[in-house]
Design a protein around this ligand. Sequence first.
Ligand code: PXL
Length: 280
Amino acid sequence: MRVLAINDISCVGKCSLTVALPIISASGVTCDILPTAILSTHTGGFAGYTFRDLSEDIPAVLAHWKSLGLKYDIIISGYLGSIDQIEMVKSTKKDFLKEGGLMIVDPVMGDNGILYSHFDKKFVEEMKGLCRTADVIVPNLTEACFLTDTDYAGVTEKDYPAVIEKLKQLCPRPSVTGCDVKNGGKAESRVFYTDEHGQTKSYATEKIEGAFHGAGDVYASALVGCLARGVDTDTAVKISAEFTTNSIRQTALDKTEARYGLNSESQMYAYLKALNEAAK
Ligand code: PXL
Protein backbone atom coordinates (compact mmCIF):
# COMPACT_ATOMS: atom_id res chain seq x y z
CA MET A 1 0.00 0.00 0.00
CA ARG A 2 1.56 3.24 -1.16
CA VAL A 3 0.30 6.67 -0.10
CA LEU A 4 1.34 10.08 -1.44
CA ALA A 5 0.93 13.08 0.88
CA ILE A 6 0.95 16.46 -0.88
CA ASN A 7 1.34 19.21 1.71
CA ASP A 8 3.74 21.86 2.97
CA ILE A 9 6.59 21.42 5.41
CA SER A 10 5.99 23.81 8.28
CA CYS A 11 9.26 23.15 10.12
CA VAL A 12 7.81 24.14 13.50
CA GLY A 13 4.19 23.95 14.67
CA LYS A 14 3.24 20.31 14.06
CA CYS A 15 0.91 20.38 11.06
CA SER A 16 1.00 19.34 7.38
CA LEU A 17 3.82 16.90 6.50
CA THR A 18 5.42 16.83 9.96
CA VAL A 19 2.13 15.30 11.13
CA ALA A 20 1.10 13.34 8.02
CA LEU A 21 4.38 11.49 7.52
CA PRO A 22 4.82 10.06 11.05
CA ILE A 23 1.15 9.13 11.46
CA ILE A 24 0.66 7.55 8.02
CA SER A 25 3.99 5.70 8.16
CA ALA A 26 3.32 4.41 11.69
CA SER A 27 -0.03 3.15 10.42
CA GLY A 28 1.97 0.56 8.51
CA VAL A 29 2.02 1.81 4.92
CA THR A 30 4.51 3.59 2.68
CA CYS A 31 4.09 7.36 2.75
CA ASP A 32 5.87 9.33 0.03
CA ILE A 33 5.73 13.12 0.17
CA LEU A 34 5.39 15.97 -2.28
CA PRO A 35 6.23 19.18 -0.38
CA THR A 36 4.43 22.24 -1.75
CA ALA A 37 6.35 24.83 0.30
CA ILE A 38 8.79 25.12 3.18
CA LEU A 39 7.93 27.50 6.01
CA SER A 40 9.82 28.23 9.22
CA THR A 41 6.49 27.83 11.04
CA HIS A 42 2.90 27.53 9.84
CA THR A 43 1.02 30.77 9.22
CA GLY A 44 -1.48 30.54 12.08
CA GLY A 45 -0.30 32.55 15.08
CA PHE A 46 3.33 33.29 14.21
CA ALA A 47 4.67 36.59 12.87
CA GLY A 48 7.71 36.77 10.59
CA TYR A 49 7.59 33.23 9.21
CA THR A 50 9.56 32.37 6.07
CA PHE A 51 7.69 30.89 3.09
CA ARG A 52 9.45 29.27 0.14
CA ASP A 53 7.02 28.16 -2.55
CA LEU A 54 8.30 24.94 -4.17
CA SER A 55 6.05 25.08 -7.25
CA GLU A 56 9.05 25.50 -9.59
CA ASP A 57 10.62 22.24 -8.40
CA ILE A 58 7.49 20.11 -8.66
CA PRO A 59 7.36 19.45 -12.46
CA ALA A 60 10.88 17.92 -12.41
CA VAL A 61 10.01 15.85 -9.33
CA LEU A 62 6.91 14.50 -11.04
CA ALA A 63 8.82 13.84 -14.29
CA HIS A 64 11.37 11.79 -12.34
CA TRP A 65 8.62 9.81 -10.62
CA LYS A 66 7.01 9.14 -14.00
CA SER A 67 10.29 7.66 -15.23
CA LEU A 68 10.19 5.33 -12.20
CA GLY A 69 6.63 4.24 -13.02
CA LEU A 70 5.34 5.21 -9.55
CA LYS A 71 1.60 4.84 -8.86
CA TYR A 72 -0.34 5.41 -5.63
CA ASP A 73 -3.21 3.63 -3.90
CA ILE A 74 -4.12 6.79 -2.00
CA ILE A 75 -3.25 10.44 -2.59
CA ILE A 76 -4.01 12.99 0.14
CA SER A 77 -3.62 16.70 -0.52
CA GLY A 78 -3.47 19.36 2.19
CA TYR A 79 -2.20 22.95 2.33
CA LEU A 80 -1.77 24.44 -1.13
CA GLY A 81 -0.18 27.85 -1.50
CA SER A 82 -1.73 28.90 -4.82
CA ILE A 83 -4.34 28.16 -7.45
CA ASP A 84 -1.54 26.77 -9.65
CA GLN A 85 -0.87 24.19 -6.94
CA ILE A 86 -4.54 23.17 -6.99
CA GLU A 87 -4.12 22.46 -10.72
CA MET A 88 -0.91 20.55 -9.96
CA VAL A 89 -2.80 18.28 -7.53
CA LYS A 90 -5.45 17.57 -10.18
CA SER A 91 -2.82 16.54 -12.72
CA THR A 92 -0.89 14.52 -10.10
CA LYS A 93 -4.10 12.60 -9.44
CA LYS A 94 -4.49 11.91 -13.18
CA ASP A 95 -0.91 10.71 -13.60
CA PHE A 96 -0.19 8.92 -10.34
CA LEU A 97 -3.40 7.59 -8.73
CA LYS A 98 -3.94 3.90 -9.46
CA GLU A 99 -7.15 2.84 -11.18
CA GLY A 100 -9.61 2.40 -8.28
CA GLY A 101 -7.34 4.35 -5.91
CA LEU A 102 -8.63 6.84 -3.36
CA MET A 103 -8.24 10.62 -3.75
CA ILE A 104 -8.57 12.41 -0.41
CA VAL A 105 -8.61 16.21 -0.21
CA ASP A 106 -8.17 18.17 3.00
CA PRO A 107 -9.32 21.60 1.77
CA VAL A 108 -7.07 23.53 4.16
CA MET A 109 -8.26 27.14 4.05
CA GLY A 110 -9.36 28.35 7.46
CA ASP A 111 -10.65 27.79 10.98
CA ASN A 112 -12.93 29.44 13.53
CA GLY A 113 -14.98 31.04 10.75
CA ILE A 114 -12.13 32.80 8.96
CA LEU A 115 -9.77 32.06 6.09
CA TYR A 116 -6.06 31.67 6.87
CA SER A 117 -3.62 34.29 5.50
CA HIS A 118 -2.98 34.04 1.71
CA PHE A 119 -6.50 32.69 0.90
CA ASP A 120 -9.43 34.52 -0.67
CA LYS A 121 -12.82 33.90 -2.35
CA LYS A 122 -11.18 32.98 -5.66
CA PHE A 123 -9.11 30.29 -3.93
CA VAL A 124 -12.28 28.94 -2.27
CA GLU A 125 -13.94 28.62 -5.69
CA GLU A 126 -10.94 26.72 -7.07
CA MET A 127 -10.87 24.49 -3.98
CA LYS A 128 -14.50 23.54 -4.70
CA GLY A 129 -13.21 22.29 -8.08
CA LEU A 130 -10.52 20.18 -6.40
CA CYS A 131 -13.09 18.71 -4.00
CA ARG A 132 -15.15 17.66 -7.05
CA THR A 133 -12.26 15.39 -8.10
CA ALA A 134 -12.03 13.73 -4.65
CA ASP A 135 -13.51 10.52 -3.26
CA VAL A 136 -13.23 11.76 0.32
CA ILE A 137 -12.92 15.32 1.68
CA VAL A 138 -12.06 16.22 5.27
CA PRO A 139 -12.93 19.89 5.88
CA ASN A 140 -13.39 21.37 9.34
CA LEU A 141 -16.70 23.18 9.88
CA THR A 142 -15.25 26.53 8.73
CA GLU A 143 -13.99 25.02 5.47
CA ALA A 144 -17.27 23.14 5.01
CA CYS A 145 -19.12 26.47 5.28
CA PHE A 146 -16.85 28.17 2.73
CA LEU A 147 -17.25 25.21 0.34
CA THR A 148 -21.06 25.35 0.59
CA ASP A 149 -21.51 29.16 0.73
CA THR A 150 -22.97 28.82 4.22
CA ASP A 151 -22.69 31.66 6.73
CA TYR A 152 -20.51 30.16 9.51
CA ALA A 153 -21.70 32.74 12.06
CA GLY A 154 -25.30 31.65 11.54
CA VAL A 155 -24.69 27.89 11.68
CA THR A 156 -26.16 25.95 14.59
CA GLU A 157 -26.19 22.22 15.19
CA LYS A 158 -29.50 21.72 13.41
CA ASP A 159 -27.80 22.95 10.19
CA TYR A 160 -24.99 20.34 10.18
CA PRO A 161 -26.92 17.69 8.17
CA ALA A 162 -27.78 20.31 5.51
CA VAL A 163 -24.11 21.34 5.23
CA ILE A 164 -23.18 17.67 4.69
CA GLU A 165 -25.90 17.28 2.04
CA LYS A 166 -24.51 20.31 0.17
CA LEU A 167 -20.96 18.96 0.46
CA LYS A 168 -22.16 15.69 -1.09
CA GLN A 169 -22.87 17.65 -4.25
CA LEU A 170 -19.09 18.22 -4.43
CA CYS A 171 -17.82 14.86 -3.19
CA PRO A 172 -19.53 11.57 -2.24
CA ARG A 173 -17.80 11.08 1.11
CA PRO A 174 -17.38 14.28 3.13
CA SER A 175 -16.19 14.08 6.74
CA VAL A 176 -16.63 17.35 8.65
CA THR A 177 -14.76 17.83 11.93
CA GLY A 178 -15.34 20.28 14.74
CA CYS A 179 -19.15 20.27 14.76
CA ASP A 180 -19.97 21.32 18.32
CA VAL A 181 -23.15 19.86 19.75
CA LYS A 182 -24.86 20.14 23.15
CA ASN A 183 -26.13 16.70 24.15
CA GLY A 184 -28.23 17.34 27.25
CA GLY A 185 -25.84 19.25 29.49
CA LYS A 186 -22.78 17.70 27.85
CA ALA A 187 -20.71 19.50 25.21
CA GLU A 188 -19.61 17.21 22.37
CA SER A 189 -17.44 17.67 19.33
CA ARG A 190 -18.89 15.66 16.47
CA VAL A 191 -17.64 14.48 13.11
CA PHE A 192 -20.46 14.39 10.55
CA TYR A 193 -19.55 12.03 7.72
CA THR A 194 -20.91 9.98 4.85
CA ASP A 195 -19.78 6.36 4.70
CA GLU A 196 -18.86 4.22 1.68
CA HIS A 197 -22.53 3.20 1.30
CA GLY A 198 -23.80 6.79 1.11
CA GLN A 199 -25.18 6.83 4.66
CA THR A 200 -24.64 10.07 6.61
CA LYS A 201 -23.85 9.63 10.31
CA SER A 202 -21.99 11.35 13.10
CA TYR A 203 -19.54 10.34 15.79
CA ALA A 204 -19.14 12.26 19.05
CA THR A 205 -16.13 12.78 21.27
CA GLU A 206 -15.76 14.93 24.37
CA LYS A 207 -15.54 18.66 23.63
CA ILE A 208 -12.36 20.09 25.12
CA GLU A 209 -12.61 23.87 25.38
CA GLY A 210 -10.02 25.96 23.56
CA ALA A 211 -8.62 26.44 20.06
CA PHE A 212 -6.04 23.80 19.07
CA HIS A 213 -3.93 24.22 15.96
CA GLY A 214 -3.22 21.18 13.81
CA ALA A 215 -6.17 19.06 14.95
CA GLY A 216 -7.44 18.72 11.37
CA ASP A 217 -4.03 17.46 10.24
CA VAL A 218 -3.96 14.75 12.93
CA TYR A 219 -7.52 13.67 12.07
CA ALA A 220 -6.92 13.58 8.29
CA SER A 221 -3.64 11.68 8.66
CA ALA A 222 -5.13 9.08 10.98
CA LEU A 223 -8.11 8.65 8.66
CA VAL A 224 -5.75 8.04 5.74
CA GLY A 225 -3.79 5.55 7.85
CA CYS A 226 -6.97 3.63 8.73
CA LEU A 227 -8.38 3.63 5.19
CA ALA A 228 -4.98 2.55 3.82
CA ARG A 229 -5.12 -0.45 6.16
CA GLY A 230 -8.56 -1.40 4.79
CA VAL A 231 -10.58 -0.28 7.82
CA ASP A 232 -14.25 0.59 7.10
CA THR A 233 -15.29 4.26 7.29
CA ASP A 234 -17.30 4.00 10.56
CA THR A 235 -14.36 2.46 12.41
CA ALA A 236 -11.81 4.74 10.70
CA VAL A 237 -13.75 7.85 11.75
CA LYS A 238 -14.11 6.56 15.33
CA ILE A 239 -10.41 5.68 15.69
CA SER A 240 -9.26 8.96 14.10
CA ALA A 241 -11.66 11.13 16.12
CA GLU A 242 -10.59 9.44 19.38
CA PHE A 243 -6.89 9.86 18.53
CA THR A 244 -7.46 13.54 17.77
CA THR A 245 -9.44 14.14 20.97
CA ASN A 246 -6.84 12.28 23.05
CA SER A 247 -4.14 14.47 21.46
CA ILE A 248 -6.14 17.63 22.22
CA ARG A 249 -6.64 16.46 25.82
CA GLN A 250 -2.89 15.83 26.17
CA THR A 251 -2.11 19.29 24.77
CA ALA A 252 -4.55 20.91 27.22
CA LEU A 253 -2.97 18.95 30.10
CA ASP A 254 0.55 19.92 29.03
CA LYS A 255 -0.56 23.56 28.68
CA THR A 256 1.70 24.02 25.65
CA GLU A 257 0.87 26.94 23.37
CA ALA A 258 -1.86 26.09 20.86
CA ARG A 259 0.20 27.43 17.96
CA TYR A 260 2.86 24.74 18.58
CA GLY A 261 0.36 22.06 17.57
CA LEU A 262 -1.06 18.95 19.17
CA ASN A 263 0.96 16.72 21.47
CA SER A 264 -0.16 13.58 19.68
CA GLU A 265 3.13 11.70 20.13
CA SER A 266 2.15 10.11 23.45
CA GLN A 267 -1.26 9.13 22.03
CA MET A 268 0.19 7.32 19.01
CA TYR A 269 0.47 3.94 20.73
CA ALA A 270 -3.24 3.86 21.64
CA TYR A 271 -4.08 4.90 18.06
CA LEU A 272 -1.95 2.12 16.58
CA LYS A 273 -3.37 -0.46 19.00
CA ALA A 274 -6.92 0.45 17.95
CA LEU A 275 -5.92 0.46 14.27
CA ASN A 276 -4.21 -2.93 14.46
CA GLU A 277 -7.26 -4.43 16.21
CA ALA A 278 -9.57 -3.03 13.52
CA ALA A 279 -7.36 -4.03 10.59
CA LYS A 280 -7.12 -7.71 11.66
O1 PXL B 1 -2.77 23.17 9.75
C1 PXL B 1 -3.10 23.75 8.56
C2 PXL B 1 -1.97 24.53 7.97
C3 PXL B 1 -1.08 23.90 7.14
N1 PXL B 1 -0.04 24.55 6.59
C4 PXL B 1 0.17 25.84 6.84
C5 PXL B 1 -0.69 26.55 7.65
C6 PXL B 1 -1.80 25.88 8.23
C7 PXL B 1 -2.72 26.60 9.08
O2 PXL B 1 -2.50 27.69 9.53
O3 PXL B 1 -0.47 27.83 7.88
C8 PXL B 1 1.34 26.54 6.22
